[in-house]
Design a binder for this molecule. Structure first.
Ligand code: M6R
Length: 614
């Protein structure tokens, strides 16, 4: 899940490559590097451990000359986040230079073979075998394009690579192996670009080509030619740059995370705008068309996702069951894909993924399609791979989410899943027109209610002051609030590095209660829903063991407040939609604790926004 950027043109390559990388850092920020080649074959490589800013500092105003270049921002898989392990990597002679996103699964055996053949390795990375493999092929007389084709045939695992050679200045060769993270070729004025994702190309490319699995592109400043997985030339027609991957600024906020939490009312509003009417009650999903026969044929829904999107999928499961009357299950995409799932054309698979690029979720989608299922993506990124793999997409229109910790796309996904469930429920005759109107009316009120939940920030700051030094947190919820408890724990872990667990409150007595003592803050989600009384019992059980209770309760609920050490009030909301309001104080709690602990909130250690390796 690294970011890759390449440029072949007439301008100095380094500033353009660095600029592209600055919009790819969400894919990793363990180290960064670039390589620039002049028309005379003079190669300059610069690398820095840590974020891109460090590389920029190293380069300063000594911008290396050359109009062809490649750059990389790394999320470490093999080998520590050191300068030596930073990409680009070269072959023994320094002729071939490569950047890579993915994992070469058979790198140990390849490395052994190459070392035996006299190759000298410098780094601990799996990537370094690639330039050496290419070098071997060049020795046989192949040009760079053919050498890359031969080299990638030896690689097991997913890999997106870009290579260049001192002996062939002006040429970049890009390849996408085994459904690796994306490779996009961007067509600009007098230049061609290569990137792992669209945001890198925003200022530069009007048209783009996406490489399919196994395809290779040969890029020069004058254009690009393509080879298919069988090594034969293929024609690929550049398409207009999809709308949507706009750059975002922090505005007046200190962090993107704070800005994105505050944008949640708008995210839900935009996701539902133009999609439904209440009078007459109708939901139209223009990007996820289905015939009446297809809708009627659905016997089961399987929702998949990872991280926050998995938590949204868990809530979506209930929407599909209650509103559409279809049996539904939700699973981690990474588990699902290897489970040999029992699915066929009667199953609708709903993949939730804000980025549209998460490798495990994409693999689950491929698996589902191969088994004959219909696949719908719930996605925030137009033009992303997921939107191309799925039969249809329900877009969340949250705008770009930059902070690594997902916030606004969680509520956006919930809105999209709710609309999908209403749409299917109405078409299957499960919801009468009056019920549909009422359900949609409830959704229409949510931006305003989330807006009121945003006002919990001050209360969360107070609680953050009190608990900033805690070492563990427990989050408890039941029913619709159980996935919210998991999401609250995930947010806290991610941005503040505090150990946290999200549990179904009914599970507490089956083990986690052993952890509770006077040092254990327990966040209890106790909105007034059907689980309210049982949740209050759980709160009592925590208190009886000296646990410190932070209650997230419905406005005006003095009973919950009297049982807790701290209370945050959220507005009353319909039970199915209440996660959109109860999650807000959990996001703020994580944010303000992280702020007080001096954590790197928007780019937490070890994480990347988009996970493109398994
Ligand atoms: O792009 P996706 O929604 O597929 O991303 C899935 C997870 O990587 C993501 O939700 C991750 O868990 C977030 N950092 C959580 O805040």
């Amino acid at each position: 899940m690294c970011g890759i950027m390449g440029y072949a043109g007439r301008e100095p390559a380094a500033p353009i490559v660095l600029d592209g990388l600055s919009r790819l850092e969400y894919r990793g920020y363990d180290s960064a590097g670039l390589a620039v080649l002049t028309d005379d074959g003079e190669l300059t490589i610069k690398k820095g451990a840590g974020k891109l800013a460090r590389l920029k500092e190293c380069i300063g105003d000594q911008i290396p000359a050359g109009t062809t270049g490649i750059g990389h921002t790394r999320w470490a898989t093999h080998g520590k986040a050191t300068e030596t392990n930073a990409h680009p990597h070269t072959d023994s002679k320094g002729d071939v230079t490569v950047i890579h996103n993915g994992i070469v699964e058979n790198y140990l055996e390849l490395r052994k073979e190459l070392v035996a053949a006299g190759h000298h390795f410098r780094s601990e990375t799996d990537t370094e075998v690639i330039p050496h493999l290419i070098e071997e092929e060049v020795k046989k007389g192949h040009d760079l394009t053919a050498a890359v084709c031969h080299a990638i045939a030896r690689i097991h695992g997913a890999a997106a690579i870009v290579a260049m050679r001192r002996a062939e200045p002006g040429v970049l060769v890009a390849a996408r192996v085994a459904n690796a993270g994306g490779v996009v070729i961007g067509y600009g004025e007098d230049a061609i670009y290569v990137a792992s994702d669209l945001p890198a190309l925003i200022p530069y490319a009007r048209k783009v080509v996406f490489l399919a699995d196994g395809e290779v592109a040969r890029v020069t400043k004058d254009g690009a030619t393509y080879l298919g997985a069988d090594g034969k030339p293929v024609q690929k027609t550049p398409q207009a740059m999809p709308e949507g991957p706009l750059a975002a600024g922090k505005g007046l906020y200190k962090h993107f995370m704070a800005k994105e939490i505050a944008e949640q009312p708008e995210s839900v509003l935009n996701t539902m705008s133009g999609v439904f009417t209440i009078d007459p009650p109708e939901v139209e999903l223009p990007d996820a068309p289905m015939t009446d026969e297809e809708v009627a044929a659905i016997k089961r829904v399987v929702l998949v996702g990872m991280g926050t999107s998995f938590h949204a999928a868990l809530i979506g499961r209930t929407y599909l069951e209650r509103l559409a009357g279809i049996a539904a299950e939700a699973d981690n995409a990474s588990e699902y894909r290897y489970r040999e799932p029992l699915i066929d054309s009667s199953v609708l698979v709903v993949a939730v993924l804000q980025s549209g690029e998460t490798v495990d979720t994409l693999a689950a989608m491929h698996e589902a399609r191969e088994r004959g299922a219909r696949v719908i993506a719930v996605c925030n990124t137009p033009g992303s791979q997921a939107t191309r793999v799925a039969h249809g997409t329900v877009f969340t229109r949250c705008g770009p989410e930059i902070a690594v910790a997902s916030t606004k796309t969680f509520v956006g996904s919930l809105a999209a899943l709710y609309l999908l469930a209403c749409h299917l429920g109405a078409r299957r005759g499960v919801l009468t027109p009056a019920e549909l109107a009422s359900r949609l009316g409830e959704l229409a009120r949510m931006p305003q209610l989330i807006g009121r939940a945003i006002r919990t920030e001050a209360a969360c700051e107070r609680i953050a002051n009190r608990f900033r030094a805690a070492q563990h947190f427990l989050f408890l919820g039941r029913g619709m609030q159980f996935p919210v408890a998991m999401e609250g724990a995930l947010k806290l872990k991610e941005v503040s590095y505090i150990h946290a667990e999200g549990y179904a409150a009914g599970e507490m007595k089956h083990g986690p209660i052993a952890l509770i003592d006077e040092a254990m803050p327990v966040v209890a989600l106790v909105p007034k829903d059907t689980h309210y009384a049982k949740m209050l019992n759980n709160v009592e059980e925590v208190r009886a063991r000296d646990g410190l209770v932070i209650a997230i309760a419905t406005e005006g609920d003095e009973v919950a407040a009297s049982k807790a050490h701290e209370v945050v009030y959220v507005p009353e909301a319909p039970a199915l939609l209440a996660p959109m309001v109860t999650v807000v104080p959990l996001q703020y709690l994580a944010y303000h604790i992280a702020l007080r602990r001096g954590a790197d909130i928007d780019q937490p250690r070890n994480l990347a926004k988009t996970v493109t390796v398994e």
